[in-house]
Design a binder for this molecule. Structure first.
Ligand code: NDP
Length: 331
């Protein structure tokens, strides 16, 4: 086995300038850890673009290889839980933040971060889902746990053409919910309908009269990926006893709202975190995504790129130009 591998390296030039290049690194360049994995596929997430552009809330140690997702084959393991040849996946924890991530041919991580690849998924399938799809699944599970049932009515998804949003639309449709998608991309309505949205509305439509303390009740539940006024409008228009999940901030990290929807309509706001999600529910959800929640149609929303193409796709995701999921083929 060769101990060199290709990697995307982000280097810091000065306080605000970061450059990206493809280079070769050695196993010795990786931090200590229990399990060395040869990465077959990674995926592109919004957070990878933040890391690759030096966002200090995501990555502080440079030079650095981003990539919060990786799936591949164990090369060596100091943990009794894994052996060479096992197929595995890693998402979240510190991978791709300050630990070299999936945009390199090999990673070395603590065994506690590693999920055995569930039966029914290939390494590529797992990365089509990736952190974005796993977060969508956590959000859907959150609504179900909060008592939102498919017969209760429409479920809203914001940021619907994004990684989390597009898988959320497809998953909700797959398990029988009626989905309304919100998008800023006027040319992507047919795409969202092909994923299973029964209706698609513009961002402006969601924000109609959004400055009012409460809005007309419409949604049984909402999956919000964008934050800000959109999350506030979603909460204000959720029906009595409904629930809203919050996972992202592509519009804003602020939440401009008062308490009325919570104390007059009993609406619940559910925080979603995929990064530190403990291993038992993490494995259970991955197993669900490989069985009853397996989405056969995900290929329609997936684009496959090479490590060489990641650089330009980082700019595209920051500009909000990507629809669906992007998998990165490493080997
Ligand atoms: P993407 O960039 O793939 O999608 C985000 C979508 O948000 C875009 O496609 C766009 O959808 C919408 N959007 C972008 N900019 C704006 C804006 N200025 N105003 C309103 N809408 C906007 O990101 P991901 O789906 O990968 O992630 C979504 C969010 O969730 C990110 O903030 C990410 O950091 C977060 N996240 C959090 C996780 C957690 O564990 N909590 C895990 C994974 C992601 P459209 O054009 O259709 O409106």
């Amino acid at each position: 086995m060769t101990d060199t591998f290709k990697t995307l390296l982000v280097e810091q030039v000065d306080k605000k300038t970061f450059t990206r290049k493809l280079t070769t690194r050695r196993l010795d360049d990786l931090p200590a850890g229990d399990v060395v994995i040869e990465v077959a596929y990674s995926s592109l997430n919004y957070k990878d673009a933040l890391s690759a552009t030096g966002n200090p809330g995501v990555s502080r140690n440079f030079p650095h290889t981003p990539g919060i997702d990786a799936a591949g084959t164990v090369v060596s393991s100091d943990s009794a839980d894994f052996s060479a040849g096992d197929q595995v996946l890693v998402t979240g924890f510190d991978l791709g933040m300050n630990t070299p991530g999936g945009f390199g041919g090999k990673i070395r991580v603590p065994a506690e971060w590693v999920v055995p690849l569930p039966q029914g998924l290939s390494t590529r399938d797992a990365m089509v889902i990736g952190t974005a799809g796993f977060t969508a699944a956590l959000s859907v599970q959150g609504l179900i746990n909060a008592g939102v049932k498919k017969e209760d009515g429409e479920v809203l998804v914001t940021g619907a053409t994004g990684g989390v949003g597009s898988v959320a639309v497809a998953l909700l449709h797959h398990i029988g919910y009626q989905v309304v998608a919100v998008t800023g991309k006027a040319d992507k309505h047919d795409f969202l309908k092909s994923l299973g949205a029964s209706d698609v509305i513009s961002r402006e439509e969601l924000l109609t009269n959004h400055e009012r303390p409460m809005l007309k009740e419409r949604w049984a539940g909402c999956i919000d990926c964008v934050g800000g006024d959109y999350l506030a409008a979603a909460i204000k228009s959720t029906r009595y006893g409904g629930a809203v999940t919050c996972c992202g901030l592509t519009a804003s990290p602020e939440l401009p709202i008062n308490v009325f929807p919570f104390i007059l309509r009993g609406v619940s706001l559910l925080g979603i975190d995929s990064v530190q999600c403990p291993m038992p529910p993490r494995q259970a959800l991955w197993n669900k995504l490989a069985s009853e929640w397996k989405l056969d149609g995900l290929e329609a929303l997936t684009e496959e790129i090479t490590l060489e193409q990641v650089d330009s796709y980082i700019d595209n995701i920051l500009a909000g130009k990507i629809a669906g999921r992007v998998v990165v083929k490493l080997s």
